[in-house]
Design a binder for this molecule. Structure first.
Ligand code: FES
Ligand SMILES: [Fe+2]
Length: 435
């Protein structure tokens, strides 16, 4: 039995093929999630392109903790806790900006964007036992950066960054490799939505192939997609479990394209439209120049963008990334960032932005339908009649295959297999059961 300090038995609440509704409603469980998943483990914070210039900063969260992500004059990235060392006021309120200093509004202490305390108001009021160098802003203890994707961990010890990232690394690479310069830019701004429901609905939904033909029917062109949907063969490879809670829809390019087709992308011989703009000859040429041959460029573009949930909060989906931000047991924010391709012509990136808006914008063809589902899910969850949720689709129907990268991965056969949800919950249980 894995009864934790809080007295919650996660073995009881999370079984092989079902989970208990309490996991989505209980404020005590939410607090324990913050401590064990969000404040101990690795969490995606932001992207280097958002703080391109020295002095650039954005305000972010790791779990419920406010963090300043900034670039200093030497070009180094810092994650600084947004908490004054005097009496704990926040030192930054703006969502983003450019500044060499953060000045606390309460009593005027100032910090450099490296975190050093550089100014103390009425300093002569302090005795010689006070040393400014001991009162810098606290750095997030561990920072990991892969191809511009910045992660932080509030725990000074624990799993190594690349061990945590595991095979999800290949999928971040896949996002970047679609750009002629091999880098993406999250500079088109972000869109935020707030829903009244638990954060784990989005966690599970990103890799839920089952809901797509039903929830996303509002799309006018659904009928043509439904025809594609019926043609999708049921074969192993439709879902993937990479451990660590990292999960995918599709582990092979063909399977991903099928899902893209079901969910609204158009498949043609050059890949899904989720890779918006990458089939443009100018983009292909740019990729070919970087990777050395047109053949390799075609392989990259045909593979298309990933559809992956990087536990616990980074979602790689077509021409966008989404970031999960829990607020409370029954409130969540999601942040959307259209992914711009560095080195691509401007009209291509504008087209990608429009494509993102069409999919995920306030009137988009997929995003808003999901938020509605999450709110209804929470309402249903709070009715205490039958408290179990069934995750049995494709149960005992998975096997290990090699993915496009040659990595062995557990994959489901049935379209819309709930293998990813079961995998997420087993990982969740192992993290939450730790003392
Ligand atoms: S709390 Fe920041 S200067 Fe006093
Ligand atoms: Fe959806």
């Amino acid at each position: 039995m894995a009864i934790t300090r809080s007295g919650i038995d996660y073995d009881e609440l999370i079984q092989e093929d079902r989970v208990h509704g309490r996991l989505y409603c209980d404020p005590d469980i939410f607090q324990e999630e913050m401590e064990k998943i969000w404040h101990r483990g690795w969490v995606y914070v932001g992207h280097e392109s958002e703080i391109k210039e020295p002095g650039d900063y954005v305000l972010r969260n790791i779990g419920l903790q406010s963090v300043i992500m900034c670039r200093d004059q030497d070009g180094r990235v810092h994650l600084l806790m947004n908490r004054c060392r005097h009496r704990a006021n926040t030192v930054c309120q703006a969502e983003k900006g450019n500044s060499m200093f953060f000045r606390c509004a309460y009593h005027g202490w100032s910090y450099s964007n490296k975190g050093d305390l550089v100014g103390v108001t009425y300093e002569d009021g302090y005795d010689e036992g006070f040393r400014k160098e001991e009162y810098g802003l606290i750095n997030v203890p561990r920072v990991g950066i892969h191809r511009g994707f910045i992660f932080g961990s509030l725990s000074p010890t624990g799993e190594d960054f690349y061990d945590y990232l595991g095979d999800a690394k290949n999928y971040i690479d896949r996002v970047c490799d679609l750009a002629p310069d091999g880098e993406v830019l999250l500079t088109a701004g972000r869109q935020k939505i707030h829903y009244r429901g638990n954060w784990k609905y989005q966690l599970e939904n990103l890799v839920d192939g089952y809901h797509v033909p039903f929830v996303h029917m509002m799309s006018r062109v659904y009928e043509s997609r439904a025809r594609v949907d019926r043609q999708v063969p049921q074969e192993y490879g439709s879902t993937g479990d990479y451990g660590h809670g990292h999960t995918t829809l599709g582990i092979l390019a063909q399977r991903r394209n099928d899902y893209s087709a079901v969910a609204g992308g158009r498949v043609d011989q050059r890949g899904p439209t989720g890779a918006a703009g990458t089939t443009d000859p100018r983009v292909m040429k740019g990729i070919a120049k970087r990777v050395g041959s047109m053949e390799e460029a075609e392989r990259i573009v045909n593979a298309g963008p990933p559809h992956m949930m990087v536990f616990p909060n980074l979602m790689l989906i077509w021409e966008a990334i989404r970031v999960l931000q829990p607020v409370s047991a029954n409130e969540t924010q999601i942040h959307f960032y259209p992914v711009m391709l560095k080195g691509a012509p401007e009209d291509i990136n504008i087209m990608r932005l429009r494509s993102h808006e069409f999919g995920q914008g306030p009137g988009g063809r997929t995003g808003p339908d999901d938020w509605e589902m999450f709110e209804r899910n929470q309402l249903g969850m709070e009715q205490r009649v039958n408290e179990w949720l069934l995750l049995r689709r494709g149960f005992n129907d998975d096997k290990v295959l090699e993915d496009d990268f040659g990595v062995p991965v557990r994959t489901g056969r049935v379209r819309g297999s709930e293998l990813p949800q079961r995998a997420i919950w087993q990982h969740y249980k192992s993290v939450m059961s730790a003392l």
